[in-house]
Design a protein around this ligand. Structure first.
Ligand SMILES: Nc1nc2c(c(=O)[nH]1)N[C@H]1C(S)=C(S)[C@@H](COP(=O)(O)OP(=O)(O)OC[C@H]3O[C@@H](n4cnc5c(=O)[nH]c(N)nc54)[C@H](O)[C@@H]3O)O[C@H]1N2
Ligand SMILES: Nc1nc2c(c(=O)[nH]1)N[C@H]1C(S)=C(S)[C@@H](COP(=O)(O)OP(=O)(O)OC[C@H]3O[C@@H](n4cnc5c(=O)[nH]c(N)nc54)[C@H](O)[C@@H]3O)O[C@H]1N2
Ligand SMILES: [Mo]
Length: 752
């Protein structure tokens, strides 16, 4: 077994724990680079606290009694990045054509600074030129009226507030479609589909207190140290209580190995870290189904399952047991890349546990059989009654700070998940009943010309999607491309026949409307709703808030409707919250009164109460179609590529080039390969190679200019950064149930 002590000595590894002085240096470096002003430190002090603003980085829970500084390295970076003194002005656009900007790296585009004015693309000069808001809204409105209603997509990245999101979904439906994919369609849509089907609730069942009572945490493919660092505090406390942690991940991620709490002077001064994982298993990509099958097989062999719970709450248990018993150990070992003895050790630990939480992230969801992997984790938890009791449950760790909430208040391409009848009554219209586009379907529509308009509430869609190089030329065929954004990115430069760039406030900025300063709200990963109040002076006096921009587009594009009073809603966002409460009374009753409840208010979860809103009325045991979550096993000489995030990026936002926690510096065009695979393939450190897709579907997918870095990885597994490696993931290579792209298991070849 690979314990945390026998790290492959050849790996260029960060040899300090997560957190500690390294994280402080990370923040200060960023602050220096952005010309930090003192006010920003004051803003950071209020981050994630009642009455302050909620961090725009990850969706991890905000505790009722926050730490003195309830933010992490990456949350601070996100805020400093938002509040930079740099500006991307009309003058900047006058100096650079769009064609020139297309050659700039992601980091440099965003580093220009905050967008300051509404801008229109001028094809004659190939430049963005300044416009007024009136010009923007009336031109966008007129163009939307002229397009086929089913051919326009309303994409949302998961950052916009509940208030904005509610209006956004209403805009799309009043306009005439359910084309409402959001970043979740590339992320945890696997969760929304799989958990809904298996336990009747589309989100995780845990709350923060569960982490105070669990005695075992099973971690599958979630990189806490980089992507949700505040989660390290409850983990550290759990470990100190004696809770065991087992991690399944092809990469030995530092944050899951050990942690120094930067909030603790004693730990910072003595350098005393807390080891996090007791057992760390570097499985093959897509090996989770097999690993869990092995654990379940041994639980059956030990007769260590909770028969009473299964009889009372489970459905289709016998089929699952029969399948598991039939899986041979050699097949389990081959698919997982782990040894029987290791899985037996985990099974024995699990059999001794009374309260276990299963935590997971993109390592489970971004696979062709991602939903089956989530289903297997549900099976594992059900076997010992670990759903619906304190200290236990399933915990998908969400990404964007309000991505879960956007789905809660109606941003969904699946009309059956939205109370359309109620919307019809409230606003006096016939909501469209047909299914809208997922991300993959929207991209397909851009490629084949059935999508003619793309309206984007934040994000960097063209850069986040799979197969992006193949799609890039198709963007110019769009009749309309509208981007609501804070900073310049590549999606803004893939201009259609008519393109608009609309700059908005960030969450830490003061949002002043007719009735005074406005608060907004968001839902965290653990289903708690928090109010957020920005106080900083906006980056430019020409900025509008996101709700105001959505209303501006809506008023120009839609016929007047006496029930749809955009101006009144924008004057006072508490009226939007009243609409949310009226539409979703179970979750949002007394929304305005509860807005600033410390720790947020809980929207509830039926599965937590052991009420199973599934087809059978019980929790579903499911049988996966096979032992591997990969869609394609790599052919001889090919590898399975996992795309990873560095510690110095937030999705397509590249803050810098230090992947500190992995000991990697200076370059993002690298491919991580194990020493043994390098040896077998005749590759040497630093060698320049191209990567090409090993899926033969007539398309050529190839990216040049990667250099080889030896790294501690399972055989056959290589890793490269997202979004640089995205052209290598085919568009139709996605989770079969949810269409979440399989970014963690693409078969590729290394071409010297
Ligand atoms: N600083 C920072 N924070 C972020 C983000 C960011 O980019 N930067 N992004 C935000 C968003 S939108 C999201 S969705 C989350 C993403 O956060 P995570 O869910 O942590 O996603 P990733 O970093 O893509 O990968 C997760 C882990 O999966 C592992 N892995 C890969 N393949 C497999 C597999 O087959 N099985 C298993 N068990 N593990 C595997 C990888 O090694 C990696 O450690 O973070 C959010 N927070
Ligand atoms: N290969 C690979 N691809 C992936 C993934 C992967 O793991 N591997 N992960 C996927 C995942 S999990 C996700 S969530 C998607 C992310 O996809 P997106 O959410 O579309 O992308 P982001 O990079 O988060 O978007 C960054 C841009 O958002 C804008 N922005 C920032 N803050 C605000 C704001 O407050 N308001 C507005 N209006 N705009 C703002 C800025 O202009 C910035 O350039 O990528 C997916 N793509
Ligand atoms: Mo995400």
């Amino acid at each position: 077994m690979t314990s945390q002590r026998d790290q492959d000595p050849t790996t260029p590894f960060y040899d300090n724990p997560t957190g500690g002085w390294g994280s402080l240096k990370g923040v200060l470096g960023q602050a220096h680079q952005d010309g930090i002003r003192l006010g920003v430190l004051d803003t950071l002090r209020r981050q994630n606290k009642p009455g302050g603003h909620m961090c725009t980085s990850c969706a991890w829970a905000k505790p009722p009694s926050p730490h003195l500084a309830e933010f992490c390295e990456n949350g601070a970076k996100a805020t400093i990045w938002d509040l930079t003194a740099a500006r991307c002005t009309p003058d900047f656009f006058a100096r650079h054509t769009v064609t020139e900007l297309l050659s700039w790296p992601d980091h440099d585009l965003e580093a220009v600074g905050r967008l300051t004015h509404p801008m229109r693309y001028d094809p004659a000069s190939d430049r963005y030129v300044e416009a007024t808001w009136d010009q923007a809204f009336s031109a966008i409105g007129a163009r939307l009226q002229s397009l086929d209603r089913k051919s326009v997509v309303f994409y949302a990245s998961g950052r916009a507030s509940l208030e904005t999101s509610y209006l956004w979904a209403l805009l799309a439906r009043l306009y005439g479609n359910n084309n409402l994919p959001d970043s979740s369609n590339m992320c945890h849509e696997t969760t929304s589909v799989a958990l809904k089907q298996k336990i009747g609730a589309p989100v995780g069942t845990c709350v923060l207190e569960d982490f105070e009572h669990c005695d075992l945490l099973l971690f599958f493919g979630q990189n806490t140290g980089s992507n949700s660092p505040r989660f390290l505090h409850p983990l550290q406390q759990a470990v100190r209580r004696g809770c065991k942690i087992v991690t399944f991940n092809p990469i030995r991620e530092r944050g899951l190995v050990e942690f120094i709490n930067p909030q603790s002077p004693a730990e910072m001064l003595t350098g005393r870290s807390t080891p996090i994982s007791d057992i760390y298993l570097q499985l093959r990509p897509g090996g989770d189904i097999a690993a869990i099958a092995g654990i379940c097989k041994h639980l059956f062999a030990m007769d260590a399952v909770d028969r009473d719970f299964i009889d009372r709450h489970g459905h289709d248990f016998d089929a699952f047991r029969a399948w598991t018993d039939a899986q041979p150990w050699d097949g389990i070992e081959a698919a997982s890349g782990l040894m029987q003895a290791d899985l037996i050790e985990v099974a024995e630990l699990y059999a001794r546990s009374e309260r276990c939480i299963g935590v997971y992230g993109m390592g489970l969801t971004q696979h062709v059989h991602g939903a089956d992997s989530v289903g297997m984790l549900v099976n594992l938890l059900l076997l010992r009654g670990n759903l619906g009791k304190p200290g236990a449950g399933i915990c998908p760790v969400r990404g964007h700070s309000n991505v879960q909430g956007q789905r809660t208040v109606g941003i969904s391409e699946k009309p059956e998940l939205v109370p359309l009848d109620k919307l019809a009554r409230m606003f006096g219209f016939d909501p469209p009943q047909d299914k809208g586009t997922t991300t993959v379907e929207a991209v397909q529509g851009v490629l084949d010309g059935t999508i003619t308009g793309f309206v984007s509430l934040g994000g960097n869609f063209a850069r986040a999607i799979p197969d992006l190089a193949r799609v890039e030329p198709a963007w110019k065929n769009l009749a309309l491309n509208v981007q609501i954004a804070t900073k310049l990115n590549r999606s803004h430069l893939l201009v259609g026949r008519e393109s608009w760039l609309l700059p908005c406030l960030v969450r830490a900025e003061r949002d002043e409307q007719a009735s005074g300063p406005q608060a907004v709200s968001m839902e965290d990963s653990l289903s708690h709703i928090h109010g957020s109040m920005g106080r900083r002076t906006p980056a430019s006096r020409h900025l509008l808030s996101e709700p105001a921009i959505v209303a501006g587009i809506a008023k120009a594009a839609l016929p007047p409707n006496p029930n749809v009073t955009w101006d009144e809603w924008i004057a006072d966002y508490s009226r939007i919250r009243d609409l949310i409460a009226e539409t979703y009374p179970e979750e949002f009753a007394d929304f305005n009164a509860r807005l600033f409840q410390p720790g947020g208010f809980y929207k509830g979860n039926s599965a937590r109460r052991r009420v199973w809103k599934t087809d059978s009325g019980r929790a579903e045991f499911t049988v996966p179609p096979g032992l591997s979550a990969l869609g394609v096993q790599p052919a001889k000489g090919a590898f399975t590529l996992i795309t990873i995030r560095s510690n110095d990026q937030f999705n397509t936002t590249v803050y810098g080039y230090h992947d500190r926690l992995r000991g990697l510096e200076g370059d993002r065009m690298i491919v991580l390969v194990s020493r043994s695979d390098m040896f077998q393939a005749g590759l040497v450190e630093g060698q320049r190679v191209a990567l090409s897709s090993a899926i033969e579907d007539g398309e050529i997918r190839r990216v040049e200019g990667f250099s080889i870095v030896p790294y501690d990885l399972p055989p056959g597994c290589i890793a490269a950064y997202y979004p640089e490696a995205n052209p290598l993931v085919p568009l139709n290579y996605h989770d079969l149930a949810s269409k979440t792209p399989a970014y963690k298991g693409a078969p590729v070849r290394i071409e010297p």
